[in-house]
Write a protein that binds this ligand. Structure first.
Ligand SMILES: Cc1cc2nc3c(=O)[nH]c(=O)nc-3n(C[C@H](O)[C@H](O)[C@H](O)COP(=O)(O)OP(=O)(O)OC[C@H]3O[C@@H](n4cnc5c(N)ncnc54)[C@H](O)[C@@H]3O)c2cc1C
Length: 402
């Protein structure tokens, strides 16, 4: 056995155990450590950030299509903006400004309704006519759109730096981080959590938070909890640097219909694409054929991308939920809710909603309530036995597999 694995140890007891060292579990553990519950233990089967969280594109958008999405986005944006003052380290948040262009009349109507909802919740967002959109997007081909919604405070984080930031925060807050330690089961007595089983032994505890990103369903299965959260391939590329991609010429854009988004990155443009035909499952390789198809759409919208090469390409497994909304609520086993056990999933929006989802689940775990977002409808009880949600999906989301 490798030496590192042999050295893994866990404490015999903890006040709270959090499963998963991605952005949701880690920030949740940090919020829990600040809630004076006592000792917080974080279990990570690999090393911190080695799931989706270090591979994300980093887009942070409060321009959501539901109240929950908007509130989680606004909370997270504020968290990122205040992070340096609070922790001495940030996640690299840049409020670059974010356009969501419309290409058809129905899209314009939906965008106007969305803007009204977003404004009613206090988001700084407005409708931008096509001429102003072209003026504010000098690198985008003019005359393409019917206008756009625009939120100047939306932006992006640097995902690897977010992992660095939460790692520092965890150690600063005294969270006991157990890497290379796999959660293998939940100990339940009389309907209440009594502990967790791990690859390094049992930990007695009365509170557990289950996270796991694209592999959350497997974490749930180990705990005897059915969680309809899945994973699918998602891919991102970064182009070579070009003057057209300097940050002052390149606000962020989300072409919702095509499932393409972009932002500045190291002098080039980072753009991501989501294939609705993608089969669920773990991503193992880059889909060049799909990239080539999307590249044509990109070259129409942002012509310089058709003239420059690529510096980086990657595919990774993104998490998603059937209604593209987060999961926030009690773990439900075969005999009903398990007292003391909670589930948190960002539904593929862990950069834009991560701190909000983490704070909400930490609140629920510590006190049973949260003011981050109304969680009444966000629990596992919204899904039927086939994993179908009774909620309408968030309309502002990447096209994930059905
Ligand atoms: C290519 C790509 C681009 C993306 N771009 C964006 C974006 O621009 N904006 C945005 O908001 N979101 C984006 N996302 C989604 C975002 O990255 C995820 O929603 C987020 O990272 C999920 O965080 P998490 O903590 O739930 O999961 P993860 O980061 O996957 O962390 C889960 C952790 O749990 C651990 N684990 C699993 N099983 C066990 C076990 N049994 N015991 C112990 N540990 C376990 C895993 O090893 C992993 O480290 C993107 C994702 C991908 C893949």
């Amino acid at each position: 056995m490798p030496a590192l694995l042999a050295m893994t140890t866990v404490p015999g007891t903890a006040d709270v155990v959090v499963v998963g060292g991605g952005t949701i579990g880690a920030w949740a553990a940090w919020f829990l450590a600040r809630s004076s519950l006592g000792e917080v233990v974080l279990l990570e089967r690999d090393t911190l950030g080695q799931g989706a969280s270090s591979r994300a594109a980093g887009m942070v958008r409060a321009q959501g299509g539901t109240e929950a999405a908007i509130r989680l986005g606004m909370f997270s944006r504020r968290f990122y903006a205040d992070q340096r003052a609070l922790l001495g380290i940030d996640s690299g948040f840049v409020p670059q400004g974010y356009f969501m262009p419309c290409f058809t009349d129905p899209e314009v109507e939906h965008a106007r309704q969305r803007i009204a909802l977003q404004q009613s919740l206090g988001l700084d967002v407005r409708w931008v006519e096509p001429a102003e959109l072209d003026e504010l997007n000098p690198s985008m081909a003019p005359g393409q759109t019917l206008g756009a919604s625009y939120a100047p405070g939306d932006g992006y984080v640097d995902p690897p730096r977010n992992v660095l930031a939460y790692t520092a925060a965890l150690f600063g807050a005294g969270v006991r981080v157990c890497e290379r330690t796999t959660f293998t089961g939940l100990l339940v007595e009389g309907g209440h959590v009594a502990g967790v089983r791990t690859s390094a032994g049992d930990v007695a505890t009365s509170r557990v938070v289950l996270t796991g990103g694209p592999t959350l369903a497997a974490v749930g299965a180990a705990a005897g909890v059915r969680i309809p959260s899945h994973g699918a391939r998602h891919q991102v590329v970064v182009t070579e640097a070009h003057p057209d991609f300097s940050p002052d010429r390149l606000p962020m854009v989300f072409d919702l219909r095509a499932g393409i988004y972009w932002r500045p990155c190291e002098g080039g443009v980072l753009w991501g694409m989501s294939n609705p035909e993608e089969e669920p499952g773990e991503a193992t390789e880059f889909d060049t054929a799909y990239f080539e198809r999307m590249r044509q759409r990109m070259a129409t919208l942002l012509p310089t991308t058709g003239k420059v090469g690529l510096r980086k390409t990657w595919a990774a497994t993104i998490d998603y939920t059937p209604d593209h909304l987060p999961i926030l609520g009690p773990a439900i086993g075969a005999d009903g809710p398990i007292e003391g056990a909670f589930v948190a999933a960002a539904g593929g929006h862990g950069m834009m909603w991560g701190p909000g989802v983490a704070k909400a689940i930490a609140d629920l775990t510590a006190s049973g309530e949260t003011d981050v977002v109304d969680v009444t409808d966000l629990g596992l009880d919204r899904f039927d036995e086939h994993g179908r949600s009774r909620l309408d999906p968030d309309p502002i989301s990447l096209p994930f597999p059905e």
